[in-house]
Ligand binder design. Structure first.
Ligand code: HEM
Ligand code: HEM
Ligand code: SF4
Length: 253
C-alpha cells in the first residue's frame, strides 16, 4: 500500500512509454518487502516519500527541493550533489536526498558481477534508485544521507576499484563512445584515451579549481556517438589523413 496518494503522478504511467513513476513505485514496494533482509542504512520509505514530495510539487506548482549547498567526502570538492527537502516533517525519507556521481567505466562496459556489487552498496546505503547514466556520463545514484557518503566512498574506492565523478567547477568525468571495442568506424582507441586521461587528471577531477565545469569527450569517428562536439569543451573526434593505405601483403589472395 503506497504511503502517499499520488493521483497526478499516476497519470504519468498511463502513456505507452516507460514511466519513471512505475520504476520508483517498484523500488518502494521492494524496499517495503525487503526480501533480502537488508539492514537499510537510510529510511526504508525513501522512494515512497520521493513520490509524495513530487506530487506535492505538482500540486503547489513549485519545487520542494532546496538547492544543495556543499556536501561531500574528505579531500574532494566534487562528486556529490547536496539535496535537501524543504518539507522534512512530511517526507522524512527524503529530508536528505544527495546525489552521488560515480565514474562509469570507459565505453560503459560492466560485468553482471560488478554491476551487482555496485548496486549492493546502493541498496544498502542509498535509495536504490539510479539514473544509468547521467548526461555527463557518470552513473548517477539518486538519494542518500550525509552519514552514508564516506561509507559509500570507502567501498567504491577500496573494494570496487572505482571513484566518484565530477561536479561543479572541476573536470567532469570524461566519457567516450565504445570505439574499437565493437565499432568498425573507430579511427583511434577511444577507451584507452578516455581511461588514460581520467587517470592523468584525477586531481582536476576531484578538486574544483576552475570557474566553471570542463568536459573531455571522445568520439572514435565523425559519426559522433557521444556527440563530443556538442557536449564537451575538449572534443576529440577520430579522423584520418592521407589516402587510405592498404597493406597489400596482408590482403593478397
Ligand atoms: C531529487 C531531485 C533531483 C534529481 C533526481 C536530479 C537529477 C539530476 C541528474 C540526473 C543530473 C545529471 C547529472 C549528470 O549528467 O551527470 C542533474 C544535474 C543537475 N541538476 Fe539536478 N536533480 C534534482 C534536483 C535538482 C534541483 C532542485 C536543482 C536546482 C535547483 C538541480 C540542478 C541541477 C544542476 C545545475 C545540474 C547540473 C550540475 C552540474 O553539472 O554541475 N537539480 N540532476
Ligand atoms: C538572460 C538570462 C540568462 C542567460 C543569458 C544565460 C546564459 C547561460 C549560458 C551561456 C550558459 C552556458 C551554457 C553551456 O554551458 O553550454 C548557462 C548555463 C546555465 N545557466 Fe544560464 N543564463 C541565463 C539565466 C539563467 C537562470 C535564470 C538560471 C537559473 C535559475 C540559469 C541557470 C543556469 C545553469 C544551472 C547553467 C548550467 C547548465 C549546465 O549545468 O549544463 N541561467 N546559462
Ligand atoms: S563515434 Fe564512430 S567510432 Fe565511435 S561508436 Fe560511433 S560510429 Fe563507432
Amino acid at each position: 500500500m503506497a504511503k502517499h496518494a499520488t493521483p497526478m503522478l499516476d497519470q504519468l504511467e498511463s502513456g505507452p512509454w516507460p514511466s519513471f513513476v512505475s520504476d520508483v513505485k517498484l523500488e518502494a514496494e521492494a524496499r517495503a518487502k525487503n526480501e533480502k533482509g537488508l539492514d537499510y542504512q537510510i529510511p526504508v520509505e525513501c522512494p515512497d516519500d520521493l513520490l509524495g514530495v513530487m506530487e506535492l510539487s505538482f500540486k503547489d506548482k513549485e519545487t520542494h527541493w532546496k538547492h544543495g549547498g556543499i556536501v561531500g567526502v574528505f579531500g574532494y570538492g566534487g562528486g556529490v550533489i547536496g539535496r535537501y527537502c524543504d518539507q522534512p516533517e512530511m517526507f522524512p525519507g527524503v529530508a536528505h536526498f544527495h546525489t552521488v556521481r560515480v565514474n562509469q567505466p570507459a565505453g560503459k562496459y560492466y560485468s553482471s558481477e560488478y554491476m551487482n556489487q555496485l548496486l549492493d552498496i546502493w541498496e544498502l546505503r542509498g535509495s536504490g534508485l539510479t539514473n544509468m547514466h547521467g548526461s555527463t556520463g557518470d552513473m548517477v545514484w539518486l538519494g542518500t544521507t550525509t552519514p552514508q557518503l564516506e561509507e559509500i566512498f570507502f567501498d567504491l574506492t577500496h573494494k570496487l576499484n572505482t571513484d566518484l565523478g565530477g561536479s561543479g567547477g572541476n573536470l567532469r568525468t570524461p566519457s567516450d563512445c565504445l570505439g574499437q571495442s565493437r565499432c568498425e568506424f573507430a579511427c583511434f582507441d577511444t577507451q584507452h584515451l578516455c581511461h588514460t586521461l581520467t587517470n592523468e587528471y584525477q586531481d582536476e577531477l576531484h578538486r574544483p579549481a576552475f570557474p566553471y565545469k570542463f568536459k573531455f569527450k571522445f568520439d572514435g569517428c565523425p559519426n559522433g556517438c557521444v556527440a563530443a562536439i556538442a557536449r564537451s569543451d575538449f572534443a576529440v573526434i577520430g579522423t584520418w589523413k592521407d589516402d587510405i593505405k592498404i597493406d597489400q601483403e596482408k590482403v593478397k589472395a
